[in-house]
Design a protein around this ligand. Structure first.
Ligand SMILES: C[S@@+](CC[C@H](N)C(=O)[O-])C[C@H]1O[C@@H](n2cnc3c(N)ncnc32)[C@H](O)[C@@H]1O
Length: 159
């Protein structure tokens, strides 16, 4: 399965993860997208990940899979000068379509039942929201964010 090749003249990296993910097939699907779309790492918050068959590339064997206890633990271990971006339906959010992704960022998604709690939204530097007023499946939402990062980076790469 082909993966997006990183262009190292284009600096930056991104990681993506989920807080208290409930369904392993969703998490596995998200990891598969993350690997293919060029994420540098993946992570879980609060609930550790058990390998799951929807991650057909076994992403955790290819890029680091980190586990953090909670958002404070993630913040404490955040790579230097890296932004924490919550992905959530929220009135304080930026629309994904017009959002300029930071060069170094981690994206945090909420779980299928409860979404991201207010303290997590408050701890993040930015919140981004996808179009529509209903929640998407978490793996779908994460995959769209990943695609948006890639599409915008491709547009700014030197020709
Ligand atoms: C199924 S949703 C959570 C739904 C939850 N019942 C609620 O109402 O908050 C799971 C996660 O997917 C992401 N998500 C789903 N739809 C989204 C959207 N339109 N914009 C941004 N994030 C979204 C968020 O990270 C959310 O926490």
């Amino acid at each position: 399965m082909a993966r997006i090749q990183r262009d190292y003249s284009n600096n930056g990296f991104y990681g993506i993860g989920i807080m208290h993910g409930k369904h392993d097939h969703n998490i596995g699907t998200l990891w598969r997208s993350a690997y293919i779309m060029g994420a540098s790492f993946i992570f879980t918050l609060g609930r550790a990940y058990k390998p799951q068959t929807s991650d057909v590339v076994s992403t955790w064997t290819r890029i680091p899979l980190f586990h953090y206890d909670d958002i404070n633990d993630l913040k404490k271990h955040l790579p230097y000068s890296t932004r924490m971006i919550a992905v959530e339906l929220d009135e304080k959010s930026h629309a994904l379509e017009t959002y300029e992704h930071p060069e170094r960022a981690v994206y945090v998604l909420g779980n299928e039942k409860n979404g991201l709690p207010e303290p997590v939204l408050a701890a993040c530097h930015d919140i981004v929201q996808l179009p529509g007023s209903f929640s998407l499946n978490v793996a779908v939402a994460g995959s769209i964010v990943l695609y948006d990062i890639v599409a915008k980076r491709e547009r700014t790469l030197p020709q």
